[in-house]
Write a protein that binds this ligand. Structure first.
Ligand code: 5CA
Ligand code: ZN
Length: 413
C-alpha cells in the first residue's frame, strides 16, 4: 500500500559510527551492521483508532535507528506493516456499525498524516495484511506440508502452529512457561481452545465464519484469514530476506507476537535467529496505565495537532527519555519540550556559535550507544547555552547544529 511523503534528510560531514542496540533475546547491547544494507521490520498499527502518543514514540524510536544507519553510510531497507484485518478492527467496526474496510482506510490515512508531520522517514515498503494474504496462505500451506502446522478436526478450518516444531521457543522473550501462558491469554491468544496440541500453539489460519471477511486459502487451507504472527513473519521474509537486522515494535509485542513470528520464520527458512536484534520500545502511559486503544486512555497525535501543538515539540517530548523506558505522558513533558524547542531555535538563528564539530561527535556517540537520546539532547542543550551566552565566534556553527538536530534527531528547527 502507499506509504507517506518523506522530508529530505541533510547530509552531515564525515560518517557516524555503527549503531549498537539492546537485543531482547540476548538481553544486552550488541553492535549492529557496519556496512552494506541494513534491514528492519517494524510492527505497525492495527488501524481501528487514531495514532496515539505510544504509537508515535515507537515509530520515532525506529526512525532514529533508520537515521543512524544512514548517517553511518548504510543503505536501509525498512518494512512496516498495517494489520488491516484482525479481530479488534472487526469488533470496532461492528460496534460502530461501520464498514471495517472504510474504518481501516480512514485510520491508516490519518496515521500517514501523523507520521509525515512528525518527520518520520517513510518505510521502503508499507504493506497491508490483506494484500499479503496469498503469500501468507502459501507459507501456511508449506508449514502444514512440513508437519509444523495442523488443522483442528472440529470443522472450523482453523490451522495452528505446533510450537514443538520450534525447539528454541522462548529464546526471544526469555520468559518461563507460566509467564508465557499468562501473556498469551492476555494478548489475543487462546490457551483454552479445545483440540490444540499445546495451549501456547498460535493460530495460523482462521477458517471462514459467518459475518466475517474471508479469502481463498487454496486447496490446503480453504477460505479464511491469516493469524497475526504469521502475517508479520511472511511480510518480513518476503521483502527483507531470511535474516533481518532488526525486528521492532513496542515491548507489548515481546510475547507472544515476536516470539511466534520468529518461530514461524525460523521453521520456514531454517535460518536462525530470524532477527539479529529484537528491539522493543517502552510503553507510553497516561495516569499510571499503558496507553491503549482497548483501555481508551489515549492522547491522539491528530488531536494535539488540531489544538495547535507543534509536531516538533511532540517529537522532542518523546525523545526526552530513553526509548526503552516505560514512561508516562504529562503536560509538563510537553511544556519542557516547547521551551527547549524555542531555545534551540533561538540558538540556530544566532550569527555565530561554538564550533559544532564537537557537538556532531557527541550526538553521534550518544545515539550510537543504544539511542541515548537524553544524552544527545543534553549535548544540544549545552551547545545552545554556549551559543546564547554570545561569546562564540564560528559563523558556520548554527547552520551545522541545525543540520545535526534535523538529520540525527529528526527535529526541524
Ligand atoms: N498491528 C500490531 C503489530 S503487527 C499492533 O500492535 N498494532 S498497535 O496499533 O496496537 O500498535 C502499533 C505499534 O505501536 C506497535 O509496535 C506497538 O507495540 C506500539 N504501541 C502500542 N501501544 C503503545 C504504547 N502505549 N506505547 C508505546 N508503543 C505502543
Ligand atoms: Zn507485527
Amino acid at each position: 500500500m502507499e506509504s507517506w511523503v518523506g522530508h529530505e534528510v541533510p547530509r552531515l560531514p564525515g560518517k557516524g559510527q555503527p549503531l549498537a542496540l539492546y537485543d531482547s533475546a540476548r538481553r544486552a547491547v550488541h553492535p549492529g551492521p557496519a556496512a552494506g544494507t541494513a534491514t528492519m521490520y517494524v510492527c505497525g498499527i492495527t488501524p481501528y483508532d487514531a495514532t496515539h502518543l505510544g504509537h508515535a514514540a515507537t515509530m520515532i524510536a525506529f526512525d532514529l535507528v533508520n537515521r543512524a544507519w544512514r548517517d553511518a553510510g548504510l543503505d536501509v531497507a525498512y518494512v512496516q506493516n498495517v494489520t488491516d484485518v484482525d479481530d479488534p478492527l472487526l469488533e470496532r467496526a461492528a460496534r460502530d456499525r461501520e464498514d471495517w474496510v472504510v474504518l481501516a482506510m480512514r485510520e491508516t490515512a490519518l496515521f500517514r498524516e501523523d507520521m509525515e508531520s512528525l518527520r518520520i522517514i517513510p518505510p521502503t515498503h508499507y504493506v497491508g495484511a490483506v494484500e499479503s494474504i496469498p503469500a501468507i496462505a502459501g507459507r501456511i500451506a508449506w508449514l502444514l506440508d512440513d508437519g509444523a502446522a495442523y488443522r483442528l478436526d472440529d470443522g472450523s478450518g482453523d490451522v495452528y502452529f505446533d510450537i514443538s516444531a520450534a525447539p528454541r521457543f522462548g529464546y526471544e522473550s526469555n520468559l518461563d512457561r507460566p509467564q508465557m501462558l499468562a501473556l498469551f491469554a492476555e494478548r489475543g491468544g487462546d490457551p483454552d481452545r479445545a483440540g490444540k496440541r499445546d495451549p501456547l500453539d498460535p493460530l495460523l489460519w482462521r477458517g471462514a465464519r459467518d459475518g466475517e471477511p474471508a479469502w481463498p486459502g487454496g486447496e490446503a487451507l480453504g477460505p479464511g484469514r491469516p493469524g497475526w504472527h504469521i502475517e508479520c513473519a511472511v511480510i518480513a521474509l518476503n521483502l527483507l530476506g531470511d535474516t533481518i537486522d532488526v525486528q521492532g515494535g513496542g515491548n507489548d509485542l515481546l510475547f507472544p507476537h515476536h516470539e511466534c513470528s520468529a518461530a514461524h520464520a525460523e521453521r520456514l527458512t531454517g535460518a536462525a535467529p530470524f532477527a539479529r536484534h529484537y528491539v522493543h520500545a517502552g510503553m507510553i502511559g497516561l495516569d499510571g496505565e499503558k496507553m491503549s486503544k482497548s483501555k481508551g486512555n489515549l492522547v491522539f497525535v491528530s488531536r494535539l495537532r488540531a489544538d495547535g501543538v507543534e509536531p516538533m515539540a511532540l517529537r522532542l517530548a518523546l525523545l526526552a527519555d530513553h526509548y526503552r523506558a516505560d514512561r508516562q505522558w504529562t503536560d509538563d513533558l510537553l511544556k519542557i519540550a516547547q521551551q527547549r524547542l524555542g531555545r534551540w531555535r533561538e540558538a540556530v538563528s544566532a550569527p555565530a556559535g561554538p564550533p559544532a564539530d564537537a557537538l556532531l561527535a557527541e550526538v553521534r556517540a550518544r545515539i550510537a550507544d543504544d539511542l541515548d537520546t537524553p544524552g544527545a539532547l543534553a549535548a544540544v542543550d549545552a551547545w545552545a547555552d554556549a551559543t546564547l551566552a554570545g561569546t562564540a565566534t564560528d559563523p558556520a556553527a548554527p547552520a551545522l547544529a541545525a543540520s545535526i538536530v534535523d538529520a540525527l534527531l529528526g527535529v526541524a528547527l
